[in-house]
Design a binder for this molecule. Structure first.
Ligand SMILES: Cc1ncc(COP(=O)(O)OP(=O)(O)O)c(N)n1
Ligand code: 3NM
Ligand code: MG
Length: 546
């Protein structure tokens, strides 16, 4: 299997409009003259190049209740913008109570379905779910050898969430011997991991790590052991292993009965993100965020009378403002030199917001926030749209201060909110999992809440007195230290930071402290680029010393 490629540049800005792509399909100049088959297929090929559609093929069972299986996979891929074709391995009679019956599709016919799709439809990623017999696993492996794809995501579905067996012991051996060595990632939950490893007991995170390592030795490039079934705690921890490093991925445990199909959905989302070009870790992180958001939005929905209901994969359709965000997930290192604009200062020095942002990027700012307290909305939005383009072309994330509406309208990378702004969890509902959310925090309790609310980072200050923000309490190094030690999120220090003191902040070497956010020391100066450049070199020197 070819390895997964690093993420390409964001797709959206480079894609031609739908109208432009459709022009390739429209009839020739004279509608009476049909194009020759060769011309037609050339035109289709050009159109296909012009508008690629990430394609996931799911090889799984049908769930009549439509919460899991093929139905969940198709909905998950659709929600993430990937096309999903389907090869059905079994038909199950299933509802919110459990699985009442399983009817496996004959191996030969599974093979025929695989041939139909793989020989024609440029599949990027194959995702597997229920594979009810060893013969079907073998047929799949043969097909993948004949028609290689970019990545293979194996969700080793063996027992349904209701506890019903979906594939027998002989399948286990074939999974281990034939399918896993071809897989890019295998995603068992703790019960499945235990079964795969001969019913070992998995009780702790350390057990999950050992299980991930043992499964890795069976041949996949990555393993994700999902801890959702581990004994109750506020967060659900999954262990991701790439053969060298273990990463604990924490997610919020959403209290709801509607969890049927979470495993299928997670694996399909990973497949969809890979098909879109994400790296494996980013695909897993995006998939976790999607499942978390879907569970959150569906927690009170009621379908069926059993203990496990389905959730709404297409929740974003109900929230028209919701956007899935860009492929580029938040990187905490982006907080290193955080430039925060100020309309008053820019006016004073006779420059536009756009010029200020360009100069900060030229000087090496790693993230930009538009903090325009006095701007009129329309003027602000127009400037924000231009700044989004400037920042995107430089690979620098752009956040909007306070104004969720402006962030949505200009499709910024995220927002920064304070304790008196819209609560971060509401912001998350509006922006969705793909956007960056920062929250100002002055205490450990606020930092804990920001994490629970789904924020990506916190801003902590004022480290020093500032005249930029009125009545802002000064925390000093001690206050910053307390918050950094308590925070589960990356931290950026703010307040009165300038070329004279920035080094001393970074030299504290505090856990989670990723950088400094600065307003006046960059923008209340004549040359923004020069000030940014010199602050950057001070920060880099400080980091190399600490
Ligand atoms: C990175 C960063 N940290 C803190 C703040 C302050 O946000 P808030 O408390 O909402 O105050 P205002 O900026 O809205 O005045 C920030 N903007 N950025
Ligand atoms: C916007 C802001 N927030 C702060 C906080 O403590 O949360 S301090 C601050 C102003 C920072 O401006 P300067 O770099 O000019 O001191
Ligand atoms: Mg604010």
């Amino acid at each position: 299997m070819a390895s997964v490629q690093p993420p390409p540049a964001p797709l959206a800005p480079h894609r031609p409009s739908i109208a432009a792509a459709l022009r390739f399909y429209s009839p020739a100049v004279s509608p009476r003259v049909s194009p020759s088959p060769a011309a037609r297929s050339r035109r289709l090929a050009v159109a296909a190049r012009a508008m690629p559609w990430p394609h996931v093929l799911t090889v799984a069972g049908s769930d009549s209740g439509a919460g899991a299986g093929i139905q969940a996979d198709i909905k998950a891929c659709a929600a993430l913008g990937a096309y999903c074709s389907s090869v059905i391995t079994a038909v199950t009679a299933q509802n919110t109570v459990g699985v009442q019956g399983v009817h496996a599709v004959p191996e030969e016919f599974v093979g025929e379905q695989l041939r139909s799709v793989l020989s024609d439809m440029s599949v990027d990623v194959v995702k597997t779910g229920m594979l009810p017999s060893a013969g079907i696993v073998k047929v799949l492996c043969e097909s993948l050898r004949k028609f290689p794809v970019k990545a293979l995501v194996v969700d080793p579905v063996m027992v349904s969430t209701s506890g019903d067996t979906l594939s027998g012991p002989s399948t286990l051996t074939t999974y281990r011997d034939e399918l896993f060595p071809m897989a890019d990632i295998v995603t068992p939950n703790v019960k499945e991991a235990s079964k795969l490893l001969g019913d070992v007991s998995l009780q702790t995170i350390s057990d999950m790590r050992s299980a991930a390592e043992s499964i890795y030795k069976l041949g996949p490039k990555y393993v994700l052991v999902k801890g959702g079934d581990m004994p109750d705690s506020t967060d659900a921890i999954d262990v991701f292993f790439d053969g060298k490093e273990f990463i604990e991925l924490r997610g919020l445990r959403i209290k709801t009965r509607n969890t049927h199909g979470t495993g299928c959905t997670l694996a399909s989302c990973i497949a969809a993100e890979l098909a879109k070009g994400a790296s494996m870790l980013h695909a897993v992180e995006a998939a976790k965020k999607f499942v978390e958001s879907a569970l959150y939005h569906s927690k009170d929905l009621v379908i069926g009378n059993g203990p496990q209901g389905p959730f709404d994969h297409l929740f974003s359709l109900k929230s028209p403002l919701y956007k899935m965000g860009s492929l580029h997930k938040f990187n905490p290192d982006d907080l290193f030199l955080y430039a925060v604009t100020d309309s008053g200062m820019n006016k004073k020095w006779g420059r536009s917001i756009e010029d200020a942002v360009k100069a900060a990027i030229e000087g090496g700012a790693t993230i930009v926030q538009l903090r325009e307290k006095d701007a009129e909305t329309r003027e602000f939005l127009e400037a924000a749209k231009t700044c989004v383009e400037i920042c995107r072309s430089s690979g620098v994330p752009l956040l909007i201060n306070d104004r969720i509406d402006v962030a949505l309208a200009c499709n910024a990378d995220g927002v920064h909110v304070g304790q008196s702004d819209m609560p971060a969890w509401e912001v998350r509902e509006l922006l969705g999992p793909g956007k960056i959310i920062g929250v100002s925090c002055k205490t450990p309790a606020q930092a804990e809440q920001a994490w629970k609310d789904g924020a990506d980072y916190i801003g902590c200050g004022g480290v020093f007195p500032t005249t930029t923000k009125a009545n802002n309490p000064t925390l000093g190094f001690e206050g910053l230290r307390t918050v950094c030690f308590a925070s589960k999120l990356p931290v950026v220090a703010i307040g009165g930071i300038n070329a004279r003191n920035a080094g001393s902040v970074m030299e504290l070497g505090l856990p989670n402290l990723k950088g400094v956010a600065v307003v006046s020391a960059l923008f209340d100066r004549e040359c923004v680029a020069t000030e940014t450049r010199s602050l950057r070199s001070i920060l880099m020197n400080a980091c190399s010393r600490s």
